[in-house]
Every structure is written in structure tokens, then in C-alpha cells.
Design a protein around this ligand. Sequence first.
Ligand code: FAD
Length: 370
Amino acid sequence: MAEFKNSGEEMKNFKGVWVFCEQRQGELQSTVLELVSEGRKLADDLGVELAGLLLGDNVEGLAKEIGAYGADKVILCDDPSLKDYTTDAYADVICDVVMEKKPEIVLIGATNIGRDLGPRCAARLHTGLTADCTHLDVDTNKYVEFLKANSTLDVDQMVAAGRIKMDDRNLKMTRPAFGGHLMATIICPRFRPQMSTVRPGVLKKGEYDEAKANAVVVEKVAVKTGDIKTQVVEVVKEAKQLVDLIGADVVVSVGRGISKDVEKGIKLAEELAEVLGGVVGGSRVAIDSGWLTADHQVGQTGKTVHPKLYIALGISGAIQHKAGMQDSECIIAVNKTEGAPIFDVADYGICGDLFKVVPMMIETIKAAKA
Ligand code: FAD
């Protein structure tokens, strides 16, 4: 890999929005389609092209799907050495392609792979990366609207004072900070590309468009992977099935409120989830206490979900929990404390003991289905 000196002077040479299209065993990760859909909006706002960057072995077939969600083209690096993810091979290839083609924005899913790859590439490219973003904007008008809707800041005053520049085309990367107590918007004004990892599940996937799928252009890039130091000998999949919180239409989550009889509390949540065709999630307390495994955690340090229905059982509604579920289409909260903050985001609140309320809910749903 050649030495790369990123500097402010060169910034104008960088154009276009890229999405790293993470695939595993030839399957695109769901976060890729969310990022491509969001990348389309950013590219339209900037008036530039959107490209998917796809690495792997025999993965050209995935290009259509990437196109269907809005990419104009797919930059394809297809090589047997890229079959399985390795940090050195992927970082080498990506940095080489970025240095050659100079995109102004690179988006990466904040998956385990993305969290490993993103910072490595950003450091080599001498640019900045904002990790774990939950919102992205390039159009300042839209950003101002976002701030007005999601903060208590005097946004008009900030614009008048020049603290928000209306002609600014930098990527505004918003992420929770200070334990989720405030949202910080970060820019990378002096270096390119602007890099961001984005939490899976927070951005909305667009609609599949067959015409766009057929129109996508595939640009093949020759891969130089001479100095790879690591080799994947075997991929061993975890035997147990992880819960698919992000893809579920119904999530029934439990919190400390089940503590007086954990076994019964979990059983009730499972039964309620089952009659509704959903899955069980939990607050961090439920995970830290060992009642559920980590893949069940909803919230800032867990998963972000927006199911059709989210039911919170015995969860107080701490800001870190709400960060992961408040965009659900419908929220039902069962809590015995009248002033619990979870009721502030709930569409329907039931103030009562979950051990009494949930059996009634299950019976009612079963009766309605019969
Ligand atoms: P509690 O806050 O103790 O609430 C229990 C609730 O149950 C109470 O409201 C009570 O009224 C109710 N209750 C009790 N008994 C019953 C009953 N029988 N019937 C009905 N209601 C009952 N938390 C997350 O959830 N996800 C995260 O990702 C996350 N990330 C974090 C990251 C950081 C950096 C930090 C500092 C904290 C994070 N937390 C996270 C923790 C968070 O701040 C809260 O501590 C946690 O969400 C509280 O969990 P809880 O609502 O289950 O428990």
C-alpha cells in the first residue's frame, strides 16, 4: 500500500458517496441495505454518485441487490483471498481503492467487522471517523429540521450566530455521547473521505426497485493482496441460534420488574411473544443479571429495534433503553410505577403488576384468535 497524505487542499478532488457492502458467506448483511438507502439520500442531496464497495470471492451476483436499493454502481473487488474477512486484506484493498478513486463519504455498518475495519482504514487514510452514528445529514436545511425536532437547542439562534453554516456541505454525523445523555453532531471539515460507522437497525431500508437492480453498473477493480499476513483456516459458526431482534415485527422485552420471580417472568414474556409471533428482548439489567444472553439486549449498548409492536414489561425507560426502541411503530408498557419514564414514549400504558397483567394479555389474545 502506498503512503497517502490526505490534506485539506486535496478535498475538492473527492466526490461521491460510498457504502461498504459487508457480505458474509456470500450474503449481504441487512445493515448494508439500510446504508445504501440512506446513502442514496445523501448522494442526491450532494448531487453525486452512490457506489457500493463490494469485496469477496464470487460475489458479483450481489450487485443487483445493492443497485435495487439505490446504488448507481458497485465497485467490485473479487478475489479468492477476499472470501473471508481479514483485517489486513480488506483494509489494504479498501484503502487502495479509496486512494485511487477518492470518494468524499464512506459509510460502514457498525457490525463487528465494520467496527474493526473502519478505524483501521481511517487511520491509514489520515482522515476522521465517527463511530456508531444514529443519524446522518449533508443538507443543512434538513439538519436544522432534525435538530428542531430532536433537541431543545435554540436552533434559529445558532443559525443567526453563524454556529450552523447554511452553505456547509460537510457530513453531519450524529451519535449518542456521555452515556446517551446527549446527542453529539460531529463533522470532519479538513480531511476526506468523511468516514462513519452506523449502528445496524437505526436507518430505514428503502423499497426494492427491480428497474434500479437491472440498471446498476459493475466496475471491477483489480486486487493487489500481495502482503496478506493472515489466513482464515476455518470458520466455526456458533452452535446456538441468536435471537433476531432487528428483523422481528414484535419484541417483548423484560427488565428488572421480573426480579421477584425471574423464571416465571421470562416464561410469561416468551408466551406473550409466541402468541404474537414475536421474540423476547431485555433491558441491560436483564442481560447483566444473566437472565437473558447479550444478543437479547435492546438499547444504546444493545440493539436498536423498530418493530411494529414493542412491549416493555417491568422496564423503567432509562434514556439508554429508550435509545434502542423509541422508534417502534407501537409501544405498550406494563409497569407498576405510575410515573415511570417508559410511559412517556408508550402509545398504551398499563399501570400494574406484570405478573397479573401479562397472563390476562395472553388469555385475551388467545381468545381473540380462537
Ligand atoms: P429499572 O430501571 O430498575 O426498572 C425496573 C422497572 O420495573 C421499574 O420502573 C419498576 O417500577 C418496574 N417494576 C418492578 N416490579 C414490577 C412488576 N412486578 N410489574 C411491573 N413493573 C414492575 N440499559 C438498557 O436497557 N439498554 C442499554 O443498551 C443500556 N446501555 C447503557 C449504556 C450506558 C453507558 C449506561 C450508563 C447505562 C446503560 N443502560 C442500558 C442501563 C440503563 O441506564 C438502566 O439502568 C437500565 O435500562 C434499567 O433497566 P430496567 O428498566 O430493567 O431496570
